[in-house]
Design a protein around this ligand. Structure first.
Ligand code: ADP
Ligand code: MG
Length: 710
């Protein structure tokens, strides 16, 4: 078993982490004023450990440094007054009436107002005749200035009783700003002095401070510019995070390469036969990608390659050729798809080519039961099946290959890293080719897939007609339905997508069902189908197959058709509430049409008014069909957090870095990490030791462990 696969054991983890970091990895309950209840709230807002507080940047700032005279004090803005306490009014009679303290400076009067006040306490904090600083907002009450419940009352002779600047942290229901602020301040106070892990000359060139100073500045902003993602201190800390990310990915990648794979050197005989049976020749982009893959397979190291290419760019054939090369060496290959129907489509398109090459290709899915399944498994174990196509079913324990040399995974996003690893454990270190149709901006793929090599298919097969893309307001939906009816009468097929927003799945389902009814009425009950996320796999597949076979004219779907179903005759894609989708998603959906030789169209129905960003996003989609351009624009327009979406697993969530803003730093971090490991592969130098600490600071124990294990 290779080291990089070993699950991280938390007890081990704390043993290996440098002791100097231990205070930061303590539970927040060790902080004053944080009991189990508040700890749970802090865990929700920031995380359960002290380091999580450190890595949570303030979202805002309260500035109490504004100190006008009473006569000049504006209403509604936080300010601090330097006043003398004149007198306390007699305590009020009714419980609902406020307690009042009259104060002044040389320009005028202000009344401090307290509800449910305790007179003895107020007498002590605001003794008559004393000078005090009070901070809060002034309001007008019947022409008199008053300040209700000042945020602070401080003695001017005791500086420090009132902070001039207060960071405001992201909160959660039940967690007060003051409690969070106090907890964060304690976390910062616990930040140890750590040996510098950044290159001194790089820090100097950038004008960046040391880690601790930058951390203190992050949590002690004194003006708005300190909150900016581009402030020097924030950049320094973001760079730390990015460097930890890149270093970790490179260490993992190196460990994997060290774990030798096998050299797969096909003789080309099967490839030649399949090529002859192919009705087209490969595009240059496909040839380049194949060149990368073959070079990897021939090398004794293990291949771990990501193949990105738009929907319809022809990734499947690249996968087939790679698999044939494996079979040429008398080994086996597996192709895993995320759904049953996709697995079947792969089989359908690839079977004739497999037959032409004279090899045996089979499919294994959840539908295979008892006897038939046992028979397939026996043949697989005996090496009588050369290429096995399937779904998650390929992961199951009993599935044993005789000699699995190559694993291809289609539509990467649907599988977790763990599944990826499970399948590669089914052979003696098989090569791995992962294919995704979701173009990922370069910067993002560096952070998410930095441990893989990358190939991109940026060109589409010849003869594709551009999809006519239009944006249409919802108010014109009747026209659209009428047009759809005419197209259906002519035998055209259309997808109609209703968005599924997670928070109210039921509501969305209702919307889709209503659309289903109205389209059935307009087009004919037998000719319209509906698929949605609450249907079982086989139910969904049955409807999609009817569409695929041309029995249905319109397929209404929540986003389940997003993943590569291929219905080459479909020429119309209608997307309702297009403004609610991510650009990448819209692009993927559009990619479902325009696959055959007929002219296709895509209608983006939106609900006005559209904001500036939404307008810009839909325009990008009208202007280009290049998924990589769209992905970059999406990142630029929405920022990294939104592009990734919380649901998309596999992407690291950065705490201090923002890829949309710090892309340039990421590129630098990548170069830096490369250089560091070239010079000091085991991180043994003093700077190397400091970098190890950096890895643990960002919880990259998985990568750090690879080092000390030697
Ligand atoms: P992807 O998996 O990248 O979305 P596919 O591999 O399913 O795309 O290919 C889409 C379609 O394009 C298929 O019908 C395939 O046969 C066809 N195709 C692939 N490569 C070429 C090519 N070089 N020339 C013409 N057609 C191609
Ligand atoms: Mg595909």
């Amino acid at each position: 078993m290779e080291k990089w696969k070993t699950p991280v054991n938390s007890a081990m983890q704390s043993l290996m982490r440098p002791a100097i970091l231990n205070p930061l990895f303590a539970d927040v309950t060790v902080l004053a004023g944080v009991g189990p209840k508040i700890a749970a709230l802090i865990a929700r807002a920031a995380g359960p450990r002290i380091v999580d507080l450190l890595l949570t940047a303030p979202a805002g700032l309260v500035d109490r440094s504004f100190r006008p005279k009473i006569a000049d004090a504006p209403m509604g803005r936080i300010l601090t007054l330097d006043i003398t306490v004149d007198r306390h009014d007699a305590p009020p009679k009714g419980r609902r009436l406020p307690y009042k303290v009259i104060c002044s400076d040389e320009t005028g009067y202000v009344t401090l107002v307290f509800f449910h006040a305790r007179a003895d306490y107020l007498k002590k904090t605001l003794p008559e005749g004393a000078r005090r600083l009070v901070s809060g907002k002034i309001e007008d009450f019947n022409g008199a200035r008053q300040m209700a419940h000042p945020d602070y009352i401080a003695d001017p002779d005791k500086p420090g009783d009132m902070p001039e600047f207060e960071p405001v942290y992201p909160l959660t229901a039940g967690l007060s700003a003051a409690v969070m602020r106090k907890a964060a301040a304690q976390a910062v106070a616990r930040a140890p002095d750590l040996a510098e892990w950044q290159d001194e000359s790089w820090l100097k060139a950038r004008g960046w401070s040391g880690w601790k100073t930058a951390m203190q500045a992050l949590h002690g902003p004194r003006d708005q510019s300190a909150l900016s993602l581009l402030s020097p201190d924030r950049q320094r800390l973001a760079y730390d995070e990015l460097l930890a990310n890149q270093l970790a990915l490179m260490l993992i990648r190196k460990a994997r390469i060290k774990s030798r794979g096998r050299a797969i050197n096909g003789d080309g005989r099967l490839l030649a036969k399949a090529k002859k049976a192919l009705p087209f020749s490969l595009t240059d982009a496909q040839k380049d990608a194949l060149g990368d893959v073959f070079a990897d397979m021939r090398a004794p190291e293990r291949m771990v390659r990501l193949l990105q290419g738009d929907v319809g760019s022809g990734k499947t054939i690249v996968a087939l050729f790679a698999m044939l090369a494996a079979v040429e060496t008398s080994a086996q290959a597996a192709l895993m798809a995320p759904t049953e129907i996709l697995a079947r489509q792969h089989l359908e398109t690839l079977a004739p080519l497999a037959a032409a090459a004279g090899i045996s290709m089979e499919i294994l899915t959840g539908r295979d039961k008892s006897a038939a399944r046992a028979e397939k498994l026996a043949r697989l174990g005996a090496g009588e099946i050369d290429i096995l196509i399937g779904t998650h079913a390929l992961f199951q324990e009993e599935v044993a290959f005789r000699n699995l040399a190559l694993v291809v995974i289609d539509e990467q996003h649907r599988f977790g890293v763990r599944q990826r690893i499970a399948l590669t454990q089914k052979g003696p270190k098989p090569d791995l080719l992962v294919m995704t149709a979701t173009p990922i901006p370069r910067t993002l793929s560096l952070t998410a897939y930095g441990d893989m090599d990358h190939s991109r298919i940026t060109e589409k097969p010849p003869g594709r007609k551009p999809v006519d893309t239009r944006t249409v307001p919802m108010s014109r939906i009747d026209e659209i339905i009428a047009g759809l009816n005419r197209a259906a009468a002519k035998g055209e097929q259309a997808y109609w997508v209703c968005p599924l927003v997670e928070e109210s799945e039921l509501l969305d389902l209702t919307a889709a069902e209503e659309r289903f009814e109205s389209l059935k009425a307009a087009i004919g009950g037998e000719r319209v189908g509906l698929v949605h996320g609450r249907m079982s796999g086989p139910e969904k597949d049955a409807v999609m197959e009817r569409f695929y076979r041309g029995e249905l004219a319109v397929l209404i779907a929540t986003t389940v058709i997003e993943v590569g179903v291929n219905a080459p005759n479909a020429t119309i894609m209608i997307i309702e509430h297009a403004e609610r989708f991510g650009l990448a998603q819209l692009h993927q959906l559009r990619g479902r049409v325009g696959r055959g030789d007929k002219k296709s169209s895509c209608i983006l129905l939106y609900k006005p008014p559209l904001g500036e960003t939404a307008t810009a996003r839909l325009k990008v989609l009208r202007d280009t069909e290049d998924g990589f351009v769209i992905a970059e624009e999406d990142l630029r327009l929405r920022g990294a957090g939104d592009v990734l979406g919380a649901a998309q697993s596999g992407f690291p969530r950065f705490r201090l870095a923002d890829i949309a803003v710090h892309g340039e730093l990421l590129a630098a971090a990548r170069d830096d990490a490369k250089l560091i490991l070239e010079r000091d592969a085991e991180l043994k130098s003093p700077r190397g030791e400091a970098l190890k600490t950096l890895l643990y600071l960002f919880s990259r124990d998985d990568a750090a462990k690879l080092l000390s294990a030697g």
